[in-house]
Design a protein around this ligand. Structure first.
Ligand SMILES: [Ca+2]
Length: 317
């Protein structure tokens, strides 16, 4: 579909202003739990990092290159694992899966299979250290979505790294997957599971681990269950015993919700704005625009009966 929508903001409306996380580096040494308490009292919580834009802002906020706690904590145990799509902002939906019969099965034994191979268009959990081809997606241009089957054989974390450096991410989301994956037989896709949770309850799938080994990346099966920046080494994240004392990073909450009224002028007479599919496509384009600015938002339409108008509502920032 061509991008033919023109947005005209009405005079009485303010433009959508989405505040980014405001990070605060605290140089006092505290355990992870003490740091969490401090951040919740003085700010919003320990730092959540949802994408690379956040990560760059977080690095800019730190006054030292030392390690600092962030708000990521692991709760080891098979039953505590949760599935995520690699691309931040794409939610995993348990009701929309394409598992092969009998999968996921952890290889039926003591193994933990935390990454997903697409085999003949069905999903199988697999050891993340397995070497496979993979699919990267270029997400920045929604109108001309492109995916790339990469012929190198890599582990899942290596493949994710490759895609993030050369494209956008490992292919994520059911729609994207089946637009792209018809002609390939065995590839990594951007689905993984881990036991890491954000202190503020965010379900962000963004991870930026220093080491790309299987255990580091996804298991969390360790007694080092709190995440720390290691800016003086790889500029990424590692993990440590939560009882160790370190500086830490808090954040202030962004704007939670913002209503914006707007008038839409559609240049293409064949486009029917009352068509739910068109309205949905428009929301996706707006969300994409935000994502390009490094802001994760979910938009929805709100009916305004008096003016027979609709207004997008930001449910979550
Ligand atoms: Ca399996």
């Amino acid at each position: 579909m061509k991008s033919l929508f023109v947005f005209i903001l009405m005079g009485q409306c303010s433009f959508i202003t989405c505040q980014l996380y405001d990070y605060h580096f605290i140089k006092d040494n505290k355990t992870w739990d003490e740091a969490q308490t401090y951040c919740r009292e003085k700010y919003t919580d320990l730092a959540t990092v949802s994408n690379m834009t956040d990560m760059k802002r977080l690095i800019d906020s730190t006054q030292s290159q030392a390690e600092a706690w962030i708000g990521l904590h692991s709760y080891p145990g098979r039953d505590n694992r949760t599935w995520y799509w690699s691309l931040p902002g794409v939610d995993f939906n348990e009701n929309q899966t394409r598992w092969e019969k009998g999968q996921p099965n952890d290889w039926g034994g003591p193994w933990e299979e935390n990454c997903v191979l697409l085999i003949n268009n069905k999903w199988s959990d697999y050891l993340c250290t397995h070497l496979s081809k993979f699919i990267c997606d270029n997400e920045t241009n929604q109108a001309n979505k492109t995916c790339h089957v990469i012929d190198y054989f890599m582990t899942w974390p290596q493949a994710q790294n490759y895609c993030r450096e050369n494209h956008t991410d490992l292919i994520s989301g059911l729609d994207q997957l089946y637009d792209c994956a018809q002609s390939v037989s065995v590839v990594w896709i951007g689905l993984f599971r881990d036991t890491w949770r954000w202190s503020d309850g965010s379900n962000s799938s963004f991870r930026y681990w220093e080491s790309l080994s299987n255990n580091d990346m996804v298991d969390g099966e360790s007694d080092k269950t709190c995440a720390t920046t290691v800016l003086n080494r790889a500029g990424r994240w590692s993990f440590d015993y939560c009882s160790n004392k370190k500086p830490f990073i808090c954040y202030d909450a962004p704007v939670k919700q913002h209503l914006v009224e707007m008038t839409l002028r559609v240049d293409d007479p064949t486009v029917d704005m009352k068509d739910p599919a068109v309205a949905e496509a428009l929301l996706k384009q707006l969300e994409q625009k935000f994502r390009e600015k490094g802001v994760s938002v979910k938009l929805s339409w709100r009916k305004l009966p008096e003016k027979q108008n609709t207004c997008p509502e930001i449910d979550k920032v």
